[in-house]
Design a protein around this ligand. Structure first.
Ligand SMILES: Cc1cc2nc3c(=O)[nH]c(=O)nc-3n(C[C@H](O)[C@H](O)[C@H](O)COP(=O)(O)O)c2cc1C
Length: 381
């Protein structure tokens, strides 16, 4: 039996991931904030996006390659930044960066990764985007940007939807601390999840290595201190202008759910806006990400680059987001469920599952290009 027969959908990978991860890692990956209404709403609203099919289309081959911010990608999706990826699955950042380069999709490294830009540079293959949480100290910001550029990252993603840590109640109950603190419960969880434990022993204790380099340099603090505070700046529009002046590649701003903000970012010279509600991890009282997309598209006009994420679980969801106004779609949890389920093979399976699902659905919809997806939308007004 092929892997695709055993794990044909993301839910199969997710089920296996849950079994193979220690509880604290699972809760970190899978949880939202509050009572997780926004996470549920993300799913429910995607399900409401429906298409007409077309028959008797004759011989054709759907094309899912796409050009985004001047680069051609093989698929219209990529890997969203996930902090502490390497705590979820040992070596995750390397697997994801290398895998993304091989299949020609973007890999966005998190500012709170367990690797540094220099570690990951050899794996990037020209497909690296770098995410930044706003450093409070402009010197640190400039140095992080400089190092990202020197390592070969060409697109900078400034995440702006974490003005303050959210409560993430499930993470608290699981007693997750970053970096992880050794408690009897953690030792038990580790001992009972041997694949994760052995991998972690090989890769070393997961730590925020990029951010941490500044703690050591600046404060001489212990390497186990949480360096997250360095990246909890409270950026304003002037901050954005400063970054614009410091980075000569593309700039994307991530975490936008309002048409007003999107338009302002476009006017401020940002190259693309990333529509996202952080998959319900930050705020439980807003619309689903897909509900916010049409108004944002209207505000920025038809040609301005928009990225979408939050709740994507298959190729059909990718088509839904594109039809509703996105140019490109990113996934965070999905790739990590896949890694936790099957290691590096999981990444390949997730890419195959997503691209095959896009392909087969494009046949059903009778569309040759991704742009045509919106022509098949069923509108109910
Ligand atoms: C465990 C986890 C950690 C994340 N860490 C970051 C991060 O460091 N930086 C960031 O911009 N977004 C982060 N995100 C948000 C993702 O980039 C992305 O917006 C979201 O996961 C997309 O939704 P999906 O997981 O449903 O695909 C994280 C998401 C998860 C699940």
């Amino acid at each position: 039996m092929s892997i695709d027969d055993i794990y044909p959908s993301l839910s199969d990978l997710k089920k296996r991931a849950k079994r193979r991860l220690p509880q604290f890692a699972w809760e970190y990956l899978d949880s939202g904030t509050g009572v997780e209404d926004q996470m549920k709403r993300n799913r429910a609203a995607l399900d409401q996006v429906l298409f007409e099919t077309r028959i008797l289309q004759g011989l054709f081959e759907p094309n899912q390659s796409t050009t985004f911010l001047g680069r051609e990608y093989a698929h219209p999706f990529g890997v969203a930044p996930v902090g502490m990826s390497g705590m979820i699955w040992p070596g995750a950042e390397h697997i994801l960066a290398k895998g993304a380069a091989q299949v020609n999709i973007p890999y966005c490294m998190s500012a709170v990764a367990t690797v540094t830009p220099e570690d990951i540079a050899p794996s990037l293959g020209g497909n690296g985007w770098m995410q930044l949480y706003p450093p409070t100290d402009p010197e640190i910001r400039r140095d992080m940007i400089r190092r990202a550029r020197a390592a070969g990252f060409h697109t900078l993603v400034l995440t702006v939807d974490v003005p303050h840590a959210s409560r993430r109640e499930r993470q608290r109950r699981a007693q997750l601390t970053i970096p992880p603190r050794i408690t009897p419960k953690m030792l038990w969880e580790t001992a009972t999840h041997p694949a994760w434990a052995l991998g972690t022993a090989r890769h070393g204790q997961p730590r925020l290595r990029f951010a941490e380099s500044y703690v050591k340099a600046e404060k001489g603090a212990s390497s186990t201190a949480h360096p997250g505070y360095l990246l909890r700046g409270k950026p304003d529009w002037k901050y954005l202008d400063d970054i614009r002046a410091e980075w000569d590649g593309h700039i994307v701003v991530k975490g936008i759910t309002s048409a007003h903000d999107a338009k302002k970012l476009q006017d401020a010279g940002v190259d693309a806006v990333w529509v996202s509600n952080h998959s319900g991890r930050q705020f439980d009282g807003g619309l689903s990400s897909i509900e916010t997309l049409p108004a944002i598209r209207t505000a920025v006009g038809p040609n301005y680059p928009l990225i979408f994420d939050s709740g994507i679980e298959g190729g059909l969801d990718v088509l839904r987001a594109i039809a509703m106004g996105a140019d490109f779609v990113m996934l965070g949890r999905a790739f990590h469920y896949a890694l936790a389920a099957l290691g590096a093979k999981g990444f390949d399976q997730a890419v195959f599952m997503l691209s095959d699902d896009i392909h087969t659905n494009m046949f059903q919809m009778g569309i040759r290009t991704l742009e045509q997806a919106s022509e098949r939308l069923i509108t109910t007004d």
